[in-house]
Design a protein around this ligand. Structure first.
Ligand SMILES: [Ca+2]
Ligand SMILES: [Ca+2]
Length: 271
């Protein structure tokens, strides 16, 4: 009789020291370094009513409407509501109408921590689509938590680049319109006629053309005068040279300094 009693006593003493431990007695062992919640440990080791991890998750915007090729980026938050740190796989299940630009990855989320992720999807074909953010907290198990991302894809091509460039230009145009309005007001005040901003614009346009024309004419005139002056100088020089030639042969060699003296003359001088 003493032996069985001793054995039970021994088990009761050693039980808490054993490696596999189920503190709350729900049949799921407490998590350890080698046996985590991912492997199947109790996510709530001190609560016999619960053993699976619990998350709070949501994405913003809750719904989206996209044109073909248009992207949308959801900001998703995943909070670990349990008392144990978790390692989770986050995956985005796309739809035939969507292109998924999210790379699945593992994340550590401590107890009470909230993870924030950006999930980008773009419209691929027309239709009502349902993407899903999935949080896997256990190996070989279905998703522990999912967030639906309802998206309607229209049949229109996304004019993304065009609309971006258009959105940049209106301030410049409104500035021009305002100037024309001011000019029209000024002209109406200072002349006996009424001017619209379009007429003011025409006046500015015609004025600009006239100004360019005047500038061109004056520049051409200046060039013509310059040419004429040059022509007169060269004409005068030519006439002067002719005059010298006409005066007679005796001065001819004085004019053409570059002609060398003949070797015959040099020899004769040396004798
Ligand atoms: Ca347990
Ligand atoms: Ca439990």
């Amino acid at each position: 009789m003493r032996r069985p009693i001793f054995a039970v006593f021994l088990v009761l003493i050693l039980a808490p020291l054993a490696s596999a431990q189920d503190t709350d007695g729900d049949g799921y062992d407490d998590p350890t370094e080698n046996f985590t919640v991912w492997d199947g440990a109790d996510a709530y080791p001190n609560n016999p009513d619960i053993h699976d991890p619990v998350f709070s998750a949501g994405c913003d915007p809750p719904v989206a409407t996209l044109d073909l090729g248009e992207p949308v980026t959801f900001t998703c938050t995943i909070g670990n509501e349990g008392p144990v740190s978790l390692n989770v796989l986050i995956y985005v299940e796309d739809d035939t109408h969507l292109r998924d630009e999210f790379d699945p990855a593992y994340y550590d989320i401590n107890s009470g921590e909230v993870l924030e992720l950006k999930v980008t999807l773009s419209g691929l074909s027309e239709g009502i689509a349902m993407a899903q953010l999935q949080v896997f907290a256990r190996a070989n198990s279905s998703a522990s938590h999912t967030v639906d991302l309802p998206i309607e894809v229209t049949g229109d091509e996304w004019s993304g680049m065009n609309s971006q460039s258009e959105s940049g230009s209106p301030p410049d145009l409104s500035f021009v319109y305002r100037l024309l309005d001011d000019l029209a007001d000024w002209l109406t005040e200072h002349t006996p006629w009424n001017f619209s901003s379009m007429q003011a614009g025409l006046i500015v346009l015609i004025g600009s053309f006239c100004l360019i024309g005047i500038l061109r004419v004056s520049r051409a005139r200046r060039a013509w005068h310059k040419n004429m002056e040059q022509k007169q100088t060269t004409d005068q020089q030519t006439e002067a040279r002719f005059d010298e030639i006409r005066r007679g042969g005796e001065h001819e060699h004085h004019i053409e300094h570059t002609i060398p003296e003949s070797p015959e003359f040099i020899i004769r001088r040396n004798e």
